[in-house]
Design a protein around this ligand. Structure first.
Ligand code: ATP
Length: 260
């Protein structure tokens, strides 16, 4: 059984073929990686999974349900959450409020009840706040709860995006370049965090990343895109020694330097 399955997915933007006949599947509980050169079609795949775009051809299933061309506002209800390559936080809200908004979406109360702040609403607000703080603690941002999101350095903003995505209680978490802009030490620390969150929240994860140490450290299965087509798939060991991948992306001189 697969948690996420793409079958023959193609996406064209006018004359540009961003993805061509892509098929792959991610097993439940797996951490998988989507790698490839700039413009290979990786973010387009995320946008197809999350309904930002509808595929020109092909199908996408999630937990055995057809989500091809799902409406973006239905994605979270299916159990899919994502982070963005270009960080998308509410910049002028606090760190805590950025996560509270995500938790709040899960809670159902009438506007009238909210306006009079009934005891039930007050209790719910406390619960939301506690849940949001839990997520912040998990990513190491609890002590920054009251600062404005845009005052955080980029690395911490990326962690805040992860906390916000987790607050939506996803089964599938899509991470778009979570280690972008981080130095090697920070990116390995991030890999450790992703590993912890994966175990704690029983997640399936698909991540796009250019930091190969993060990819090789975390991913049980790796899919390589090049010019919109799937060039290869395999384990970290297989991908690192695949001549096509070395030629197209990693570079002939690529040799993994293990972190341990
Ligand atoms: N909305 C769009 N309209 C037109 N072309 C698009 C659109 N979105 C993506 N493309 C094109 O599709 C191709 C794949 O882009 P995509 O952003 O998916 O690549 P990527 O692998 O994520 O690249 P990067 O590593 O730089 O983020 C590129 O040629 C891009 O210009």
């Amino acid at each position: 059984m697969s948690m996420l399955e793409l079958t023959g997915v193609t996406k064209k933007f006018g004359g540009i073929v961003a993805c061509k006949d892509i098929s792959f599947s991610v097993a439940p509980g797996q951490v998988a990686g989507l790698i490839g050169p700039n413009g290979a079609g990786k973010t387009t795949v995320f946008n197809l999974i999350t309904g930002v775009y509808a595929p020109t051809a092909g199908s996408i299933t999630f937990a055995d349900q057809d989500i091809t061309a799902i409406r973006p506002d239905k994605v979270v209800a299916h159990g899919i959450a994502r982070t963005f390559q270009n960080i998308r936080l509410f910049r002028n809200l606090t760190v805590l409020d950025n996560v509270r908004i995500a938790v709040d979406k899960e809670v159902d109360y009438a506007l009238g009840e909210a306006l009079v702040r009934s005891p039930r609403v007050k209790n719910l607000e406390q619960e939301i706040c506690a849940l949001a703080m839990e997520r912040l603690e998990e990513v190491g941002l609890a002590d920054k709860a009251d600062v404005r999101a845009d005052s955080l350095p980029y690395g911490l903003q990326r962690k805040l995006e992860i906390a916000r995505a987790l607050a939506l209680r996803p089964r599938l978490l899509l991470l778009d370049e979570p280690a972008a802009g981080m130095n090697p030490e920070e990116s390995l620390e991030l890999a450790g965090l992703v590993r912890t969150l994966h175990a704690r929240h029983d997640l399936t994860i698909l991540l796009i990343e250019h930091h190969m140490d993060v990819v090789m450290e975390l991913c049980e299965r790796i899919f390589v895109l090049d010019f919109g087509v799937k060039l290869a798939e395999g384990t970290a060991e297989e991908i690192q020694t695949n001549p096509d991948v070395l030629r197209a992306y990693l570079g002939e001189g690529y040799k993994r330097v293990r972190s341990q």
